[in-house]
Design a protein around this ligand. Structure first.
Ligand code: ZN
Length: 262
């Protein structure tokens, strides 16, 4: 065996181990967390060619800081890994996360949030899709073992570009299931509250998203097409916020300045 096929065999062995090891809850993952971070680095480079970033350093620092605080309250080992938060210059009220800890926040979301807690609620939800491994489940189901192995090894640039284009256009590879949405809401609301934000922000942001669906459906279309949001989910977020309590802040210094820069 030459060196390249030896390493492919090794990756395949690792992938099989990971697949067999992830049992319960209907999880289906063909990719380890380490491989996920490698893949995320490649995917994010492709996505960077396809979206326009807002490079305002103060705004980026504000979003990075908010995101890191939420990540640190999330589960291990994700709270020890490097995450990157990107601000996308786009009026759509949207945010998305890709495998490997890259979170994209649109300026439309930043401008339309009424307070920092509302913004934190959506960012916490996106982070939780990664920490609950929903994004890699989607990838595993959609592409299967051999394509994923070639992507991780950097041997399939055409497919990588295609996946990145799909994500850049729609915010995810596919629509998340209702169960995945509920899990991301629950993990997200816990993490945002632990990071010091009032969990009511998640519920009021959902309310506003639902209102926008009536008034300006085009601006929330991407978010709704990948994150099915119902009145039920909004009510559940309200209930959870009441149970968790409202010790956290709704607003914080820097939020309004960040909005002006978005
Ligand atoms: Zn979601």
């Amino acid at each position: 065996m030459n060196r390249r096929s030896t390493s492919l065999a090794l990756v395949l062995a690792l992938l099989f181990t990971t697949a067999c090891g992830s049992g319960g809850g209907g999880d289906f993952n063909l990719i380890s967390i380490e491989e996920e971070w490698q893949l995320g680095a490649q995917l994010s480079q492709e996505i960077a060619r396809q979206v326009r970033f807002n490079n305002d350093p103060t705004l980026n620092a504000y979003i990075r800081n908010m995101g890191q605080r939420i990540v640190q309250q999330g589960p291990a080992p994700f709270n020890q890994l490097p995450w990157q938060f990107h601000v996308v210059q786009d009026d759509a009220i949207n945010a998305f996360a890709i495998p490997g800890g890259h979170v994209y926040v649109h300026t439309g979301l930043i401008k339309n949030a009424d307070n920092a807690a509302e913004l934190a609620g959506v960012i916490a939800h996106e982070i939780s899709h990664v920490t609950a491994r929903h994004s890699t489940e989607q990838l595993s189901r959609q592409y299967g073992l051999s394509i994923i192995a070639s992507l991780v090894l950097g041997q399939n640039p055409g497919q990588l570009a295609q996946i990145a284009a799909q994500i850049a256009a729609g915010g995810a590879m596919a629509r998340f299931s209702r169960e995945a949405e509920e899990e991301a809401d629950e993990l997200g609301i816990q993490a945002m509250a632990a990071a010091g934000y009032n969990p009511a922000g998640m519920a009021t942001m959902f309310e506003e998203l639902l209102e926008h669906r009536q008034g300006q459906p085009g601006r929330v279309e991407q978010f709704f097409s990948t994150h099915p949001l119902t009145e039920d989910r909004m009510r559940r977020a309200q209930q959870r916020a009441t149970q968790i309590g409202t010790r956290g802040v709704l607003n914080e210094p820097g939020f309004e300045d960040a909005q002006r820069r978005a």
